[in-house]
Design a protein around this ligand. Structure first.
Ligand code: PXL
Length: 273
């Protein structure tokens, strides 16, 4: 059984990060471990004064125990980390050898950084992403990583591909997937792997929910660990998120994220094929 270490924040309300990564990857048959980076009362997107408990000191104690107990993982999945935890992972990944590492450099969306994120964090993320086997930024995160200011409304697939190639070049990566590219009535995904590029167009569904990026990255990883190609994994993940949104009432408060459970049976079947 493949084991995955998920290291992201635990936002207690809002269906983002660990709260969705754990059930999605566990449903697909992976043995999941969790190294929480921080505990928040809610995610930082619109609930007001969320609490924030940094766990970076505890992370060191937890991983020391794992080391003593001989516990390790076949894959590492990093998403939203937060200020203390990014320093932890910058040190930790320096000594990790030959392990599969998916980094979703969660920092922002819709052209802006999330509340609580700043330039210092972006700079640290630029260091961290060099260790990624696969990097999955959204368009906003890709632009922050490259320090580029581009109007998000005017990006086409060819430009997004150039951004992916620049990320590969700048951070010496081999596989980059840029998600959430807004095109007229579609959403694009562009992948570049070992110099080959591909793209996917999805129908844009109404409204934008918190947590869809985390749902995408988690289900994408489920596909990759099931030995699917990156493009097929991205197609499956896109469909999974679409099913979740279609099965969420139109009038549901968007801060709570879509109904990801509605897509789980589809995802589990796809990962078994
Ligand atoms: O979904 C991304 C995310 C993850 N974790 C926290 C967040 C957000 C987005 O706002 O605030 C704490």
């Amino acid at each position: 059984m493949k084991s995955v270490l998920i290291s992201q924040d635990l936002s207690c309300v809002g269906q983002v990060s660990s709260e969705v990564a754990l059930p999605i990857l566990a449903a697909c048959g992976y043995q999941v471990g969790l190294l929480p980076t921080a505990i928040l009362s809610t995610h930082t997107g619109g609930f007001g004064n969320n609490t924030y408990l940094d766990l970076s000191e505890e992370m060191k104690k937890i991983t020391n125990h794992w080391h003593d107990a001989g516990i390790d993982f076949s894959a590492i999945y990093l998403g939203y980390l937060g200020g203390g935890a990014i320093d932890f992972w910058l040190n930790e990944l320096e000594v990790v050898d030959n392990q599969f590492i998916l980094i979703d450099p969660v920092m922002g969306d819709h052209g802006k950084l999330y509340s609580g994120m700043n330039n210092e964090y972006v700079e640290k993320m630029r260091q961290l992403v060099k260790q990624a086997t696969i990097l999955t930024p959204n368009l906003t995160e890709a632009m922050y990583l490259l320090n580029k200011k581009i109007s998000l409304d005017n990006v086409d697939l060819a430009q997004a591909r150039e951004l992916a190639e620049e990320l590969i070049e700048k951070f010496a990566l081999s596989k980059v997937i840029i998600t959430g590219i807004p095109l007229n009535n579609k959403i694009g995904i562009v992948g570049v792997e070992d110099k080959r590029a591909w793209s996917i167009l999805e129908d844009k569904l109404s409204g934008s929910f918190f947590g869809t990026g985390d749902m995408f990255a988690s289900s994408f990883l489920a596909g990759v660990l099931a030995k699917k190609g990156l493009k097929e994994s991205a197609q499956i993940a896109g469909e999974f998120v679409k099913i979740a949104i279609k099965n969420t009432p139109n009038d549901q408060d968007r801060r709570f994220g879509p109904n990801y459970a509605a897509g789980l049976s589809y995802l589990m079947e796809e990962c078994k094929k």
